[in-house]
Ligand binder design. Structure first.
Ligand SMILES: NC(=O)c1ccc[n+]([C@@H]2O[C@H](COP(=O)([O-])OP(=O)(O)OC[C@H]3O[C@@H](n4cnc5c(N)ncnc54)[C@H](O)[C@@H]3O)[C@@H](O)[C@H]2O)c1
Length: 253
């Protein structure tokens, strides 16, 4: 098999949630570079449209809150109407507010679970609906975290619980959707410099993390995107229900 046959996504339509910034934007760029037509969805509509414009081709940007059932149904239908299909879903949108357990409110807990866990479930459900209607086949990649395996810091219990839940949602959905040829996998990044983490990294977090990372540095979004392209494409055609840790070795140190 040639490289294109292994890693190319020509003719495929991919949807990336939370694609206006950070890791999602890096993934959208990498999927487009691999040949996919990309739909970028985000709470930030202008940001999603700006990223789509940089991707060229038929890329589109759309506003959607992944925690909102009606919005997710509308999003998946809009992608199919405007781009003709949905072959690859990347559940990337996520939030990571910090709050000690003793002070966490029900509203804070519910919001983290709604975005980080309900969102991927809704997007998976709706993507599977349209993939099934087109005869089956497709790839879903969930952005979990090394925090799904290892508590990152005090104050992050709700985040870690949501990412641990996403690992199990990945494996359960993979089992259930395999008969329809829909593969479901997760990528679990370590610390990545993005709009969402930059401030904390610059105010001391980078100095705490770096000595514990065997590869010696915090990641950038491009370090994560290749793993997503691999799991989305033909090279991973026999891979489902797995979690690919992309953390510079943090979890083995
Ligand atoms: N940055 C890291 O160190 C790191 C590490 C491991 C895992 N992750 C995971 O990777 C993903 C992306 O992280 P990031 O650092 O790039 O985040 P970020 O905050 O830089 O960007 C997230 C994007 O998602 C969008 N978003 C937030 N809530 C949304 C919602 N309800 N619906 C639609 N869009 C929404 C935001 O508008 C933003 O554009 C998250 O799931 C995060 O948990 C990040």
């Amino acid at each position: 098999m040639g490289l294109d046959e292994l890693f190319g996504l020509g003719g495929k339509v991919a949807l990336v949630t939370g694609g206006a910034a950070g890791i999602g934007r890096g993934i959208a760029r990498a999927l487009a570079a691999a040949g996919a037509t990309v739909a970028v969805a985000d709470l930030d509509q202008r940001g999603a449209e700006d990223v789509a414009r940089t991707l060229g081709g038929r890329a589109i940007g759309l506003r959607a809150d992944v925690s909102d059932e009606g919005a997710v149904q509308g999003l998946v239908d809009a992608v199919c109407d405007r781009l003709g299909a949905l072959d690859v879903l990347v559940n990337n949108a996520g939030i990571y507010p910090s709050s000690p357990i003793a002070e966490t409110t029900v509203a804070e807990w519910d919001r983290v679970m709604a975005v980080n866990l309900r969102g991927p479930m809704l997007c998976t459900r709706e993507a599977a609906r349209v993939m099934r209607a087109r005869g089956g086949g497709g790839a879903i990649v969930n952005l979990s975290s090394m925090a799904g395996f290892h508590p990152c810091f005090p104050g992050m219990a709700q985040y870690c619980a949501s990412k641990g839940g996403l690992v199990m949602l990945t494996r359960s959905a993979a089992l259930e959707l395999a008969p329809e040829g829909i593969r479901v996998n997760a990528v679990c990044p370590g610390g990545v410099e993005t709009e969402g983490t930059r401030e904390n990294l610059e105010s001391g977090l980078r100095d705490v993390l770096t000595p514990r990372i065997p590869l010696g540095r915090v990641a950038v979004p491009e370090d994560i995107a290749g793993a997503v392209v691999f799991l989305a494409g033909p090279a991973a055609r026999y891979v489902t229900g797995t979690t690919l840790v992309v953390d510079g070795g943090y979890l083995i140190s």
